[in-house]
Write a protein that binds this ligand. Structure first.
Ligand code: NAP
Length: 436
């Protein structure tokens, strides 16, 4: 008789419903790979009597009691799919204490409480898997943990927030304003009712913290990662980007500078011929440069019901294999070797920059800008002085756009502070990636 593997789902929203559907639709293949039949024994939800759900389940499975759901004797694996931080943290720690293996899709939880959760899991001898927490359906965690296990990641960058990428793609394609596209994205269900975490870079910073842990063996304070949101971008920046042969994308970047770790989240101008420039709408992609393999790139659906559920169920299968083999996954090797490595101060980051100054159209202004930049060791690659800003009239302010050579961020910021007295609006700063 086929053995059974007891599963508790915390959450029956987009991802939870996808898990139920995938376990049904792929039942035969999953059972064959597991060597056991996965059986959902209990599902915790916030509102038991909810009329409309994405999948139909036996109402007897539903409960609003997280604590008793995770502690059930007939459950081997708890899948945390409720999101948020505090309730998820408590439920996951209770599951671990009860000796359950855990799968979670929750990047906010791991970025904020990962150290505590991994330590508890290690002490209790259970696994915590989290493939869906970064890049949804793209198996980047597995690639970094297993595919590149013998390699050493030197740097990576990518697009890990589909909502921001969708918004910037629309702004670039149609010259639309940020607020306008965001409103539409909310109506279409691509953006949350409260989009703050997505557009501020907070969600991307959570994912970056997890990637940094895997790539560089460091724990990270996600809240301390320097980040710029996409909400300050203006259609005019997209026109200049196209003029210079760039595309603006929401980027996360990680680099190991011999033990000092550079991490940042911001929109960046990237060359329009890069593969990353073609990543459309809500898709995600990660470019990794490692010592032995060199460059490799991973692309696909960064969110969505079935892609995300696929990652969750694949984690369930991996844990089941560990149980069958009486092995502890990779938890011991990974979490014992983690340490807190120092962050590269943001002032020491080196990049090229796009600087857009709004200035009065009078003689000497351009000379003053270039002089101040030069005094701060910021050397100029290209300058474009344009017609008066839209709606400003003939005598209104003009945009002066400067593309710099590689410069130190601290020097660029110091120059902008000095120039602040000479401009009529805050200077727009966008980092530029790609070959010099
Ligand atoms: N959606 C994606 O594409 C995606 C991609 C990658 C990762 N994730 C992550 O996956 C997780 C789930 O996302 P989702 O999109 O499925 O969220 P969702 O659609 O909002 O669903 C959340 C589910 O959790 C339940 N829930 C919330 N608080 C609860 C509580 N205190 N006790 C019991 N149940 C509770 C809700 O119950 P009710 O149904 O009764 O309200 C709902 O079923 C999040 O961590 C998210 O970041 C999502």
């Amino acid at each position: 008789m086929t053995k059974e593997l007891g599963i508790a789902l915390l959450g029956l929203g987009n991802v939870g419903a996808g898990v139920v559907k995938l376990l049904e639709d792929n039942a035969a293949a999953i059972t064959a790979r597991l060597g056991a039949r996965p059986v959902v024994r209990a599902i915790a939800v916030a509102t038991a009597g909810k009329k409309k759900r994405l999948v139909e389940v036996d109402p007897a499975l539903l409960s609003t009691d997280l604590a008793s759901t995770v502690a059930r004797a007939d459950v081997d694996i708890v899948c945390e799919l409720i999101g948020g931080e505090q309730e998820a943290r408590v439920a996951v720690l209770q599951a671990i204490a009860a000796g359950k293996h855990v799968v979670t899709a929750n990047k906010a939880l791991l970025a904020t409480h990962g150290e505590e959760i991994f330590a508890a899991a290690e002490a209790r001898g259970v696994d915590v898997y989290y493939e869906a927490a970064v890049c949804g359906g793209i198996p980047v965690i597995r690639v970094l943990r297993e595919g590149l296990a013998s390699d050493r990641v030197e740097w990576f960058y990518g697009i890990v927030n589909g909502t921001s990428n969708y918004i910037l793609s629309e702004m670039a394609a149609h010259g639309r304003a940020f607020a306008d596209v965001l409103k539409e994205a909310q109506q279409l269900g691509y953006a949350e009712a409260d989009p703050t975490l997505d557009v501020s870079g907070g969600d991307a910073a959570h994912k970056l913290a997890i990637l940094a842990m895997l790539c560089f063996g460091t724990t990270v304070d996600a809240a301390a990662i320097p980040k710029d949101g996409i909400d300050a971008l203006d259609p005019i920046d997209f026109r200049y980007a196209a003029q210079f042969g760039f595309v603006i994308k929401p980027i996360v970047l990680g680099r190991d500078h011999g033990g000092r770790i550079e991490l940042r989240v911001h929109p960046a101008m990237i060359p329009d011929h890069w593969m990353l420039a073609d990543v459309p709408g809500a898709k995600n992609a990660l470019y990794v440069h490692s010592y032995a393999l060199g460059p490799s790139m991973y692309y696909g659906a960064g969110a969505g019901m079935m892609p995300t559920a696929m990652s969750v169920v694949s984690d369930v299968i991996e844990i089941a294999r560990n149980i069958a083999a009486n092995a502890g996954g990779d938890r011991v090797q990974r979490h014992r070797s983690l340490e807190r490595k120092p962050a590269l101060p943001v002032a020491d980051v080196r990049s090229r920059y796009y600087l857009r100054f709004s200035v009065e159209d009078r003689p000497g202004v351009l000379g003053r800008l270039t002089t101040v930049l030069g005094e701060h060791q910021v050397s100029i690659r290209q300058v474009v002085q344009d017609v008066p800003d839209a709606g400003a009239g003939e005598s209104g302010p003009v945009s002066v756009v400067v593309l710099t050579h590689e410069a130190r961020e601290g020097d660029v910021r110091a120059a902008i502070d000095v120039i602040a007295k000479s401009v009529v609006a805050p200077t727009r700063v966008i980092r530029v990636m790609g070959p010099p």
